[in-house]
Design a protein. Sequence first.
Length: 68
Amino acid sequence: MQRPVHRHLINGLAAIVKTVHLSFVAALVEQAQQFVRKLSRSKLGRHFVIAEARSDLLNWIDERFECV
């Protein structure tokens, strides 16, 4: 017995969303890495060695990822 067409459509849509979402998240992680690298090399970077500042920044980044 054949599966209904809508199942094929949903499976196809799910595959597309997974592919697009993964590439979006990968790009987001790369941009976060670049931001942290630039920050650590900037004049503000001297504050980045403070453990509390690093923790605050990482928590902020983590909260942004949870929104995705």
